[in-house]
Design a protein around this ligand. Structure first.
Ligand code: NAD
Ligand code: ZN
Length: 378
């Protein structure tokens, strides 16, 4: 059986790690294109100035506009060429990071997340949008980033809601990898080699990736609550460090090499409900994890464990928690239809999928979440 595993060449995290950025730039040359929103640059301005002068490098600021679109990628690639930059840096949230991946096209790329809200940093893929923010396409590159470096002091100072959303994204990782492994479905780590070009065929997940995904879930249960309190107080603690690692490294390796299944497909389906648009990716994924557990009729004990965790760290457990206060069955069926299109990862579940079964799982997950909340209120 053909299996694949993919990861960044180097992952490093620590307090004030940003001060070492110049060292990593220097391994490629003397200058880097800095893809970052001006607000995010300002947040870490002192550290950037310090590393620039210590390592004698130039950072070409790009005024990133905030969306990973074809137009923005083209503009930034021209800028990199004009300034003959030796490498690309993506600094900020998932959108700046994905844009940097598109600009670098798998070469000489340093990723510096300033929030731990998604598992985008380590992956060799990017999600592209139109300049207006509508989904456009997925892009896959020949390699993952060369370096992923995380300054935990910066993450601890960012609003806690980002860290908690990252826990929501990481929450689905084990359950989706487990489903993918049970169905022997293909994983993203096998892309783009083969599948698109027809060269060497798709690949299944490794035992390694499944073990990392499981450890990701265990870390959330062990350290999630304390990490949230640490972030509320802008402090770095071992628990916060463990959660940063879980949200970014374990979840990133887990989803790319372990596989996605129902939770992320239902998340994509939910974009058809306007109310959800104001919520973060990971917040929606948390509810969708509950929906996947209902869809696969997971043990009640497991469902309760996930509900307890979500409630403890303030992640959504029902549709009202992600902006959907009321709905009709037809609206939920249209979410399910979108989640079930042929290309979606929901077909990695280890049993045949119907739109009606998915709609039922969403409604029942919502009811379970509401009941759980009500039981906590009394
Ligand atoms: N490629 C992948 O593998 C992958 C995986 C998951 C998500 N994604 C993509 O990631 C994107 C979502 O990422 P996101 O949730 O990080 O959103 P985002 O990139 O839009 O960032 C959210 C906001 O936080 C701000 N920000 C960054 N650092 C900050 C800090 N320290 N303090 C305060 N604010 C700060 C950003 O400027 C931005 O305004 C989506 O486009 C999604 O498709 C990609
Ligand atoms: Zn995700």
């Amino acid at each position: 059986m053909r299996k694949a595993f993919i990861s960044p060449t180097k992952y490093v995290q620590g307090e004030d790690e940003l001060l070492n950025l110049g060292y990593f730039v220097k391994t490629f040359g003397d200058s880097a294109l800095l893809i970052a929103h001006p607000d995010d640059v300002n947040r870490v301005k002192d550290k950037l100035e310090s590393t620039k002068s210590k390592f004698n490098i130039t950072l070409v600021e790009s005024g990133f506009k905030g969306e990973c679109s074809r137009e923005e990628v083209q503009r930034l690639q021209l800028l990199a060429k004009e300034h003959a930059c030796s490498c690309t840096i993506g600094l900020g949230g998932g959108k700046a990071i994905d844009t940097a991946k598109c600009v670098a096209e798998g070469e000489a790329l340093i990723i510096v997340p300033t929030i731990a809200a998604t598992d985008a940093p380590t992956s060799h893929s990017a999600v592209m949008y139109t300049p207006e923010g509508e989904f456009d396409d997925y892009a896959y590159f020949k390699q993952s980033p060369s370096v992923v470096m995380i300054d935990t002091t910066v993450i601890a100072k960012a609003p806690t809601r980002f860290l908690v959303a990252g826990m929501g994204d990481a929450l689905s990782t084990y359950f989706e990898a487990r489903a993918t492994s049970r169905s022997y479905s293909n994983v993203n780590a096998g892309l783009p080699c083969g599948v698109r070009e027809g060269v060497c065929g798709p690949a299944k997940g490794t035992n390694t990736a499944l073990a990392l995904a499981k450890f990701c879930y265990e870390t959330l249960l062990n350290d999630g609550i304390q990490a949230k309190v640490s972030c509320d107080n802008n402090l770095v603690t071992p628990a916060l460090e463990n959660i940063v690692e879980a949200n970014i490294l374990l979840s990133g390796l887990g989803f790319e090499s372990g596989g996605l299944a129902a939770a992320h497909a239902i998340h994509n389906g939910l974009t058809s409900l306007e109310g959800t648009h104001h919520y973060f990716h990971g917040e929606k994924v948390a509810f969708c994890t509950i929906a996947q557990l209902v869809l696969e009729n997971a043990a009640q004990e497991e469902l309760n464990e996930v509900l307890e965790f979500c409630a403890a760290v303030d992640l959504p457990v029902c549709l009202a928690d992600i902006g959907v206060d009321s709905y009709t069955y037809d609206e939920i069926l249209s979410v399910a239809k979108k989640a079930c299109i042929a290309e979606e990862s929901i077909h990695s579940m280890p049993f045949p999928i119907t739109e009606e079964a998915v709609a039922a799982a969403i409604v029942v997950a919502d009811q379970m979440g509401q009941k759980f909340k009500a039981s906590k209120d009394v």
